[in-house]
Design a protein around this ligand. Structure first.
Ligand code: PEP
Length: 225
């Protein structure tokens, strides 16, 4: 299983270092990933970036590019998170450029997709149509691709999608996506084991519940295998 923590805009450099130090002591067969903010990057094989501009360097105020990421020997990136799509208005066109750029650099790309509540309320066919539109321009056969299905209405709300909703959506995604499929959206200590047991769920992307390292470690230990 892949168990990933997205810090979003939480943790400092100091607290990230402490988090990684504590995590180092954990014995697990699972693949762990941690995505700290850009100010708290470390050279560590489990660390990836939450964002990267599709350029080596240049006049892109506030962004970080390949040169800054490579300084830490990082080769993992999150692309397409709903907070960047919705709050920061990242277009599918920009997201596609990022994907192509970091794919050409051989990065492991965790690519996020997820529908808003009004689409979920229209039923599974509309959900899949929406998710497919978020995959336009993305090479779904890229061998270092991980797809994270994260319904927007479940992110940070404390209310996860139901087991049935996750199962049905992942089964439909599996019909055309061969890569690992993560679920994200209010995964917590109480539901991680059950979610990871669902067919076609290859792991989880966790925000809120992962920010306390003790809780993240407990969650990792809940998952079979
Ligand atoms: C996320 O933003 O990727 C996420 C899954 O957040 P949370 O676990 O807080 O819902």
């Amino acid at each position: 299983m892949i168990i990933a923590s997205n810090f979003k805009m939480n943790h400092t450099r100091k607290s990230t270092q402490q988090f990684l130090n504590q995590l180092k002591e954990v014995k697990t067969n699972h693949t762990i990933r941690v995505f700290p903010p850009a100010t708290a990057l470390f050279e560590n094989e489990i660390v990836g970036v939450q964002n990267g501009y599709p350029a080596i360097n240049g006049s892109f105020t506030g962004e970080i590019g390949l040169e800054q990421i490579k300084e830490f020997n990082i080769d993992k990136i999150l692309i397409g998170h709903s907070e960047r799509r919705n709050l920061l208005k990242e277009s599918q066109e920009l997201i596609t450029k990022k994907f192509e750029f970091y794919k050409n650099e051989n990065f492991e790309i965790t690519y996020c997709i997820g529908e808003p509540l009004e689409i979920r309320q229209k039923g599974i066919d509309e959900v899949i149509k929406f998710l497919k539109a978020q995959l336009v321009g993305i090479d779904i056969n890229y061998d270092k691709l991980i797809v994270a299905y994260e319904p927007v209405w479940a992110i940070g709300t404390g209310i996860s999608a139901t087991i049935q909703e996750i199962e049905e959506t992942h089964n439909k995604l599996r019909e055309f996506i061969k890569s690992s499929l993560l679920y994200g959206g209010s995964v917590k200590l109480e539901n991680i084991a059950e979610i990871c047991d669902i067919e076609n769920v290859d792991g989880v992307l966790i925000g809120t519940a992962s920010w306390q390292v003790e809780n993240f470690i407990k969650m990792i230990n809940q998952v079979k295998g």
